[in-house]
Design a protein around this ligand. Sequence first.
Ligand code: PLP
Length: 398
Amino acid sequence: MNRAKAMQRAGKDVLSFAAGEPDFDTPAVVKDAAIRALSAGMTKYMPTLGDPDSRAAIARKLTTDNGIPNCTPDNVAIGAGGKHQLYVALHCLLDPPPPGQAPQEVILPVPAWVSYAPLSELAGGKVVEVPTGPASGFLASPEQIEAAITPRSRILLLNSPSNPCGTMYPPDHLRAIARVVEHAVKTIAPDLVVLSDEIYEKITYAGIPHFSIGSIPEIAERTITINGLSKAYAMTGWRIGYTGTSGDWGRKFIAAMGTLQAQISTNITSFIYPAIPVALRECDAEVERMRQAFANRAKVINARLAAIPGLKTSPATGAFYAFPNVSSYFGRTSPAGRRILTSLDLAEALLDEALVAFVPGEDFGGCGKDHLRISFACSEEQINRGMDRFAAFLASLR
Ligand code: PLP
């Protein structure tokens, strides 16, 4: 993304599909709420985990939209983006191993968002990858998860809709995974919890409803739901993320997050709190307008990618990413004489020679190394121009 931006600044007509953020502006009512609070002098320290109104608005949303049981304002933490909430939650869940002992394990279906593994390792955990691919719609099966669970399993980290795969776990699939977790807790993995990153929940368009695994009563009190305003409300720069939990266990967990967060960052910027209830309560129409735009873009890009020979992919059904397997082009040479052996080689050649920026899949783990991630948070016109360049470049490889 940075290289594409530098080339654009140097006057090159680069089409970038690299950014993981909506291209829309934040809804005006949300901005106005923050501006009013700033003008009114709401500029002082606040409670670490957030002001009571915002925590109550999030608890209500998690209860009514997501069906999370026994979710009170004390079951909610607010922090500086979904990433910061993941950092704090992972540090509360994982302990670095005592000398000579094995670390606690984080079960992670891959390909997965680039930050999960480093954040887990920073907190002292060891990532156990569960491989997925286009043939399974990038879904880890309940059997695969069962096979990955050991007495050291601490976290099952799920992300639906998925970055980078652009796919979603259907509700029944999540129910089956919940049964595996429930059984494992009673038998070999008493410390196992589910960490469910649902930051793309509003960006769905294939008839698969978003489903929160934390709504399943049997595992609600061992599920931690991460979400935020970044993607659904086009607010990536505001840095508003939150954590939701259930019941007494959840309240204790959130209190622990408060203890840690108080030593890291304290509250988020005070005058943006009033924007949170406004976004959650007053922006349904704007969120729906953006969702429809993403749905139309998904249709365009799914059709364009399906028409390119040699690509294997699962159609995007959620979030705003397409994730084609490009490995049938490995071993070829670009018009400028570059040997294409990896998705990184292909992404570099595409950027330098065709002026299209995609993200190479190496860092997402698993089969990601055979894929490119294409963010379609841009106009349909740009998608069509980018796909023209992509198809022509692939056809030019010898
Ligand atoms: N989770 C996933 C899967 C993401 O893709 C991202 C951002 O790209 C985040 C969490 C973090 O979002 P935030 O901007 O709220 O920190």
